[in-house]
Design a protein around this ligand. Sequence first.
Ligand code: C5P
Length: 223
Amino acid sequence: FPRQILTGTRVTITAGPTREAIDPVRYISNHSSGKMGYAIAEAARDAGAEVTLISGPVNLPTPERVKRIDVVSAQDMYAASMNALIQTDIFIATAAVADFRVENSHNQKIKKQHNSSGAMTLTLVENPDIVAAVAKHSPKPFTVGFAAETQDVENYARQKIQRKGLDMIVANDVSRTDIGFNSDQNAVTVIWPEGQQPLELASKAQIARDLVTLISAHYKKAR
Ligand code: C5P
């Protein structure tokens, strides 16, 4: 693994899930472990980069010599990401951001209503798309997204590159049970406008090193 390829480069990575409050004790979230993003943070650091890790709530130790910024909600992650942009050359969005948040989250714990219909309605509103906003920013960092798909993986991933204005996308087939979310292994296809490359089943640490090598090569070509 080439240890100096990102020396002098500032890399910002989002990782983990976000948590959207319903009331002070309840939230909407997902099963993202943060492992892939944390592995990329370590690989980018080992390649010589200055790494900022914007992390949702996860059970992982902070990698050594990485600046970690903890956030909870998608709106917090959005704000932290925008703040980091002035010091970012490469932005890698691995976070599983909640697509929706509760419109009016309650300040007090919601009580069970005993004399009502037995139903309860929460109104959800869309969260900002962080990586799409990053890619629209000027100057734009080299922007890498992830795409979890269950079918027609390459096709949907290419549409996502276009829609979000990305330089590169890392596509996972999440219908496979041996990889993804809480697993220590992964297999992905890395896709950019003019080409693609599969990274076969390997540890997330190995996938992360291969990804950092590919991202670095394309980042340098784009500059
Ligand atoms: O649209 P979809 O959620 O499938 O896109 C996944 C990619 O977009 C990931 O890189 C994820 O981190 C990013 N994303 C984001 N903000 C959102 C939703 C997704 O940065 N609100």
